[in-house]
Design a protein around this ligand. Sequence first.
Ligand SMILES: NC(=O)c1ccc[n+]([C@@H]2O[C@H](COP(=O)([O-])OP(=O)(O)OC[C@H]3O[C@@H](n4cnc5c(N)ncnc54)[C@H](OP(=O)(O)O)[C@@H]3O)[C@@H](O)[C@H]2O)c1
Length: 334
Amino acid sequence: MVMNKQILLKSRPLGKPTSGNFEIVTTPVVLVKEGELLVHAKYISVDPYMRGRMSDAKSYVPPFEVGKAIEGSVIARVTQSRHQDFKVGDAVLGRLKWQEIQTIDAEKVTKLDNNIAPLSYYLGILGMPGLTAYFGLLDIGKPIAGETVIISGAAGAVGIVVGQIARIKGCRVLGITGSDEKKAYLINKLKFEDGINYKTSDSIEGAIAKACPGGVDIYYDNVGGEISDAVIGHINKGARIVLCGQISLYNDIETPAGPRPQPTLLKKSALMQGFLVNNFASRFPEGTRQLTQWLVEGKLSYEETIIKGFEKLPEAFIGLFEGRNTGKLLVETE
Ligand SMILES: NC(=O)c1ccc[n+]([C@@H]2O[C@H](COP(=O)([O-])OP(=O)(O)OC[C@H]3O[C@@H](n4cnc5c(N)ncnc54)[C@H](OP(=O)(O)O)[C@@H]3O)[C@@H](O)[C@H]2O)c1
């Protein structure tokens, strides 16, 4: 019997997740039936939304069950196929278990073409984070050339794509991030106008005022909390606030009371709109086609932080809350 490793949610995190919330177990591999595939995980994505699934609070996706394998986006290689559309060696993408080897329903995965871009890109710029950047910025932010766009979580998987699309659209782009290295990457590599290191800045408010003397037209919010409070104080009339993520609040046990933004939104006739990338599911082919074209034309550059070793998955996931990544964070199995 073939055995392999699986990672379970051992307990629900209280506050920031720890390695103790996860457990690695050995499980037997189930035989492949008609219509199924045996696949070996190659790249496994860790994403901030998974923190929400680790709690039992009601949300837009059901919680992970304690004692069961965690699941998320995985790119895997087919090693046995009992489905006519797949052959051994094919690369597939699907919502799979955090498991080295698994038997899956072939209808639940998509075949990938690695002639266009490296396979791992389908977990980032050509996958869910890239599409999140694309639709959030273009459909809600509606950038106009010459406008000022500020992005929090700017050096992460979504942020780096938002900033580059905003530049393609002729905007002035500023990024808020958590280290000087990331700030330098945004300015030097991605050609952002400027950046703010929120961890070392004496006053984020003051830094935003200095970086955006003409105010903020679009705020693409990946983090929420005090950073967003500071940005919202600087929005222009008719500003658009794209509520993409609130990672600074995901580990909070109590909901913090913050400044109430409604008077500012009212006075500035501003729009603040939340969204889930899946709202745009019917248009994913459009988004993927455009992102691929920009990538092939060299208009988008891309960055990944790849941690090697299946057993490092919990550590990698926790790393999202420590700013361990520049660009997309993922784990490559060895
Ligand atoms: N609406 C949707 O459908 C959708 C889809 C995908 C993602 N999202 C959201 O978009 C955001 C970005 O996702 P991503 O995949 O691109 O993640 P990511 O930015 O690649 O990784 C998370 C980053 O967040 C920053 N961060 C962590 N804790 C923070 C805190 N307390 N305060 C400020 N920054 C903090 C860290 O960077 P620093 O070093 O800069 O601190 C970290 O590297 C997340 O909030 C996620 O939930 C939403």
